[in-house]
Design a protein around this ligand. Structure first.
Ligand SMILES: O=C(O)CCC(=O)C(=O)O
Ligand SMILES: [Fe+2]
Length: 367
């Protein structure tokens, strides 16, 4: 049946009430994870005042003169500033980089610690407190609140897979978090000309907790009945189903659905690592951001990934004689480094320096 607009979209991206008994919420999580791969959470316990204050701080951060932001440029530990157009999430369909700028913050790892020898670990690059006195404290409070929410979501995910609620927790006590405030310019997107706020992509990791302001723009690639579907390999795949950014329903193919902001809720989606862990049962859904309003937009992504050394092996309940594991075991850290390398081909920045750091940690040579 063809999509009937908003009703179907709401059904495909359900709002899950975190106040429900866990077993009940977990059943809803399972339904969402096996269909669109996206859901909202309401009643999640993160105070709205903290979310508002955090957005306020991000507006001030992005409002700093460019030289201050450039002084914090993304480093080999994937921490710091990424300027407008620096990232091209979908090179096959984009004529230039994403019309967004961002910052990466992670778990605070002291430079002189043993852990800092691992790729993607190190201290954060905070803005000068003389310029933004509240920034670090507010953003860190938000980080901690989302870490708590992430752990609750992991319980629901575990239950949804028939595992004990605590299954994932020990794998997230030294998590590879990337807290990523984003600022989209007012440039209107033009999918036909390859201009996007954020090009179509799937997230690499386990779980993304996204907060947005009230400006729409996020879209997901689903079938007309709201199920995550194959990633189109060419622009024409998308064109065939109503045009890039179009609302038309394609015969058996995918279409872009708006995931509208709902005040007071977070948007949750799954990444490639969880898809791998569940042998494809849970969906890492293609999504993108387009600007249709000419308004600037702010969002904050919280990429919640396991400890670097966590083994990611297809879960026993997600495979069987008729459905053998489609992926060999790996580790969370290796999975992420491989993803970065695959999507940043020829990029001589953090990825390669991160790999050099890995080689040094393995005893293979100088970083
Ligand atoms: O800003 C958004 O709404 C989505 C951002 C996103 O998909 C990402 O950073 O991976
Ligand atoms: Fe994303």
């Amino acid at each position: 049946m063809a999509a009937t607009g908003e009703h179907s979209a709401k059904k495909a991206v359900p709002v899950i009430d975190m106040g429900l008994p866990e077993e009940q919420a977990a059943a809803q999580v399972r339904a969402a994870c096996t269909s669109s791969g996206f859901f909202y959470v309401s009643n999640h316990g993160v105070p709205q005042s903290l979310v508002d204050e955090t957005f306020q701080q991000q507006r001030q951060l992005f409002g700093l003169p460019l030289e201050h932001k450039m002084a914090l440029l993304q480093n080999e530990n994937n921490r710091g500033y990424t300027p407008f157009r620096e990232e091209t999430l979908d090179p096959a369909h984009q004529s230039h980089g994403d019309t967004k700028e961002g910052f990466y913050f992670g778990r605070e790892v002291p430079a002189d610690s043993e852990e800092a020898k691992k790729p993607l670990h190190g201290p954060n690059q905070w803005p000068d407190p003389k310029l933004l006195p509240q920034y670090r404290q507010v953003t860190w409070q938000y980080y901690e609140a989302l870490y708590g929410l992430g752990l609750r979501l992991l319980r629901l995910l575990a239950l949804s897979l028939g595992l004990p609620a605590e299954f994932f927790a020990p794998m997230f006590d030294k998590p590879l978090v990337a807290l990523r405030p984003l600022h989209y310019s007012g440039e209107v997107s033009d999918p036909g000309a390859g201009v996007f706020g954020a090009g179509a992509h799937t997230d690499y990791g386990m779980l993304t907790i996204l907060a947005t302001d009230d400006v729409p723009g996020l879209q997901i690639w689903v079938t007309p009945d709201g199920t995550s579907c194959a990633v189109p390999s060419k622009a024409t795949d998308a064109d065939a189903s109503g045009g890039p950014g179009g609302a038309g329903a394609g015969a058996g193919a995918g279409l872009w659905w708006d995931v509208e902001p709902i005040p007071g809720s977070f948007i949750i989606n799954l990444g490639d690592m969880l898809e791998r862990w569940t042998n494809g049962r849970y969906r890492s859904t293609l999504h993108r951001v387009i600007n249709t309003t000419g308004r600037e937009r702010y969002s904050i992504a919280f990429f919640f990934e396991p400890n670097f050394d966590t083994e990611v092996r297809v879960l026993p309940m997600c495979c069987g004689p008729d459905d053998p594991p489609r992926y060999p075991p790996t580790t969370a850290g290796q999975h992420l480094l491989d993803k970065y390398a695959a999507t940043h081909a020829g990029y001589t920045g953090p990825v390669q320096r991160g790999q050099a750091k890995q080689a040094a940690a393995d005893g293979g040579g100088e970083a």
